[in-house]
Design a protein around this ligand. Structure first.
Ligand code: CO
Length: 133
């Protein structure tokens, strides 16, 4: 098994501050990490749940893929980040299994991770991110 943990569940929101406040009020959640990822056009907040994270993300510009996702499907579940020991190895395995890569090679993600995204088309409707810490 190449997956070692659910790294994060990513949820697309319009109002990041309101969503963070809701998670704080509802669950007593605290912010572990906050980052603007300009290359992805998102600002994200990570809240730890055991060894995983809930990631609330909002677009930083109207051309961001997250902005388009919200426009198309509304707010809500955006992708699942699966933690792996070796992103390149997991990416090759997924491609061999018929997945459609968005990233043809691993690239830098937030909080110093190495990531690769796979298109939902080849993965039964789920946008999948491989995350190597
Ligand atoms: Co992610």
């Amino acid at each position: 098994m190449l997956l070692t943990e659910i790294d994060h569940i990513a949820i697309a929101v319009r109002d990041l501050e309101a969503a963070v406040e809701y998670y704080q009020k509802a669950f007593g959640a605290t912010i572990d990490h906050r980052e603007v990822v300009e290359s992805d056009g998102v600002e994200e907040v990570l809240m730890k749940v055991a060894e995983s994270y809930i990631q609330l993300r909002t677009p930083t510009n109207p051309d961001s893929p997250v902005a388009k996702a919200i426009e198309k499907r509304g707010e809500g579940l955006h992708h699942i980040g699966y933690r792996v020991d070796n992103c390149a190895e997991a990416l090759a395995s997924m491609i061999a299994a018929g997945a459609t890569p968005i990233d043809k090679a691993p690239r830098p993600g937030s909080r110093g991770t190495t990531v690769a995204f796979m298109h939902p088309k080849g993965s039964f409707g789920t946008l999948i991110e491989l995350v190597q810490e």
